[in-house]
Design a protein around this ligand. Structure first.
Ligand code: ADP
Ligand code: ZN
Length: 719
């Protein structure tokens, strides 16, 4: 019987078998519509053949989704990911292929309505009433009709009279920036790098391009990309999710005109169109975040993973894949080279280089000259003792900010916490105002005078009395970027400040616009969260300040030291990129912390050696394969019960691996869910996979009502 296996987007189930009706041609990779339960669903054909008829009635495939066929290399990558990350193939495919492509349905553009406030013509009384309440900003028609309780007919009359305007929502076009020409002759170091990768084109090899910030990694990528494209192949260029895409895309497009951008901020429609262009071979290079790994390039010849250490390569919801790790798997299976680029590579990657699994190429010099910035570390305990008050900005930093202002240069100040104050607490009982859905204190955002939960998004007004004891005096403690921006403006007369954090870049491609404005000289100082640390080249920046540099070190995560080292080294690398030398002022309560010292003093080896030693001793990656299992649900007792019962099942398959827990997660209550977890430390990733296979053979971890189970292979976080 002619049958097909079809992967549907459903968790925890394998592909389903369907009959291929006579006259319908289907091949592996085709998108198809199939009957499922009482409706239609979409899926992908993962296998076809003439197989013996099963002992149940198979339903036939309804139809093909026009023009949608996944390249087989992509399908096989998804299949690999589904096995490794322990989720259904259909779930991986759903993450890999944009919805309008999968379903064959183009998303409808929404119709928006807004008021013409200056309208003075004649209206009926009813129309007048509706007009008065119309929103001034373009608002989806459905929303307008429900909130105003009116009909489409009335709105149409208002439009006809000129009292309202109808607009069709536009896809927000990719922000296209200009970039200057960068066809510089390559430096000796860059030439060596290009030659090494060039020699590997046509087969697989993984390279670590380990180049200090500003060492010209991008030019190396572009030179190689041109070689690959000249052979008629395509290039996949991944970068972290930080809104740098427009800047980098502009640089790339200068040299490679048929470049397409793939970004999680784009709407389904935009992604759908790009997908079809890529599949048709109309694109030479695709630059994008994590999910661009699944772009349907017909014949990729090179994969680049820039800033390979960045945590945003890991997806924190199912499928919990790591795009850098999958990129290497993809490169192996395609037989093409993979370049991992970073100034602060992850310890896993450094270790793989030392073990000769990857080829390490180093770039030690900045082609435009410019030494790494001079570090100044301020001991904030001493600073506060000397100033006899709890200051946030040290004198060393304020003095230098003033000097920057006087010389018309620019500065960047980093503080990894947004809002005005992270804690609002009662002056009498000391209780902090907490989120009702999370065990987290609410952050005060002063500009809008609201309290926000940074974990679940809950927002509320500021209470006038303590919710715990009713006392009427509450105080705000701690510093966030909103307050920091105000402090800088207050202490450095005349300094204009631009703030970059999740609040100011809420709108799509907001970062790119803010960075562009700063580069154009719109402000003297950029204040922001870790977003300001990454990847940007501002020649006029001569000073970088970091507040609470050691705060991240107290987080109970095995990657805490690595992240701090990376953050400080990256942000310091923003200073002194032009002709003028740079300085970096770091404020910390523990000014001797090794990750901070090594990041500032350009001693990566000392940090890496010490940290690898600790990882080996305590059994963490790269010397272990980790699997984390999280149980969560609204009922604490049910969560705890299932975690304990299933941990016993896990204990039976450990075979020498170590299991920590079960116990409550450090974020024990989030989004109305209680959370328990275990962390399994196996000797290697392979050993961890074998353990999970034994678990599957023993029946896996069956779902239970009211409790969800998440298996996280190679977790990024253990909080
Ligand atoms: P990285 O990505 O390693 O931080 P970039 O590729 O952004 O570094 O390069 C840093 C700066 O150096 C850019 O302004 C770039 O135009 C410039 N640059 C790179 N290579 C050369 C070269 N060979 N000659 C002159 N300038 C170069
Ligand atoms: Zn919350």
């Amino acid at each position: 019987m002619h049958l097909a296996a079809v992967a549907l987007d459903l968790p925890n189930v394998g592909p389903f078998t369907y009959a291929v009706p006579a006259g319908l041609e289907v091949a592996v990779g085709d998108g198809v519509n199939v009957p499922f339960r009482h409706g239609e669903r979409q899926g992908f054909v993962v296998d076809v053949g003439d197989w013996p008829a099963p002992d149940y009635a198979v339903k036939p495939i309804s139809s093909r989704i026009g023009g949608v066929r996944l390249p087989t290399h992509l399908l096989s990558l998804c299949a690999w990911a589904s096995r490794y990350y322990r989720c259904a193939l259909g779930e991986v495919l759903a993450a890999a292929v944009p919805a309008p492509v999968r379903t064959g349905v183009k998303p409808e553009r929404r119709v928006l309505i807004r008021k013409v406030p200056e309208f003075v013509g004649k209206l009926t009384e009813r129309q007048q009433g509706v007009w008065a309440d119309l929103p001034n900003l373009p608002t989806p028609i459905g929303e307008v009709l429900t909130t105003l309780g009116t009909s489409r007919g009335v709105i149409d009359k208002l439009i006809a009279a000129g009292a309202a305007i109808e607009e069709v929502e536009q896809d927000i076009q990719e922000l296209r920036l200009e970039a200057r020409d960068e066809r510089f002759p390559l430096t000796d170091e860059q030439q060596v790098a290009v030659a090494a990768v060039s020699a590997a084109l046509g087969r697989h090899e993984t390279f670590l391009l380990y180049g200090v910030t500003g060492s010209g990694k991008t030019l190396v990528y572009l030179d190689l990309a041109e070689q690959v494209i000249a052979k008629g192949q395509q290039v996949l260029f991944l970068l972290p999710e930080i809104g740098l895409t427009p800047q980098l895309a502009a640089r790339i497009r200068n040299r490679i005109p048929r470049t397409a951008v793939w970004h999680s901020g784009f709407t389904g429609g935009e992604r759908g169109e790009t997908w079809h262009r890529i599949a048709a071979g109309e694109v030479d290079l695709i630059v994008g975040t994590r999910s661009a790994l699944f772009a349907p390039l017909p014949n990729p010849g090179l994969i680049i993973v820039d800033e390979e250490h960045d945590p945003s390569y890991k997806q924190e919801s199912s499928p919990r894949y790591h795009a850098r790790d999958l990129a290497i798997v993809h490169g192996q299976r395609l037989g093409v080279p993979v370049i991992l680029g970073s100034a602060t590579p992850s310890l896993e990657t450094v270790h793989n280089g030392r073990e000769k699994r990857y080829t390490v190429i180093t770039l030690k010099k900045r082609p435009k000259g410019g030494a790494l910035p001079i570090p100044v570390v301020v001991d904030m305990r001493q600073e506060r003792a000397e100033q006899k008050r709890p200051v946030d900005l040290s004198r060393a930093l304020v003095d230098r900010l003033r000097a920057v202002k006087a010389k018309s240069e620019q500065a960047i100040v980093l503080l990894n916490r947004r809002g005005w104050s992270p804690v609002i607490s009662c002056k009498k009982c000391g209780e902090a105002v907490m989120c009702g859905s999370c065990a987290i204190s609410l952050t005060w955002h002063r500009g809008i005078d609201r309290l926000k939960c940074h974990y679940c998004g809950h927002e509320q007004g500021r209470p006038s009395t303590c919710p715990a004891c009713g006392h009427d005096q509450l105080s705000a403690t701690g510093l966030g970027t909103e307050q920091l921006a105000a402090l800088v403006q207050e202490q450095v007369p005349g300094m204009s400040v631009l703030r970059v954090d999740a609040d100011t870049v809420a709108q799509r491609q907001g970062h790119a616009r803010l960075f562009q404005a700063f580069a154009a000289g719109a402000a003297d100082c950029l204040v922001g969260t870790q977003m300001v640390a990454k990847g940007l080249d501002f020649p006029r920046v001569t000073l970088v300040g970091v507040l609470s540099a050691d705060k991240g070190l107290s987080v109970p995560e095995f990657r805490a030291a690595e992240r701090t080292w990376q953050l400080i080294a990256q942000v310091a690398g923003r200073a002194g990129r032009g002709e003028r030398p740079g300085e970096v002022v770091v404020q910390a309560f523990d000014p001797h912390a090794l990750p901070i010292r090594c990041a500032l003093e350009g001693r990566p080896r000392s940090f890496i050696d010490a940290e690898l030693q600790l990882r080996r001793e305590y059994g963490y990656p790269p010397f272990a394969g980790l699997v984390r299992i999280v149980w969560s649900g609204p009922d604490l007792a049910a969560v705890q019960l299932l975690a304990q019962a299933q941990a016993q099942r896990l204990a039976m398959v450990l075979d020498g691996a170590l299991m920590l827990g079960p116990n409550p997660c450090s974020l024990a209550f989030l989004k109305d869910q209680h959370r328990w977890h275990v962390l399994i430390k196996a000797g290697s990733r392979g050993v961890a996979q074998a353990l999970l296979d034994r678990l599957d053979a023993a029946g896996g971890l069956p779902e239970s009502k009211g409790v969800s189970i998440a298996i996280d292979v190679d977790p990024n976080t253990t909080a």
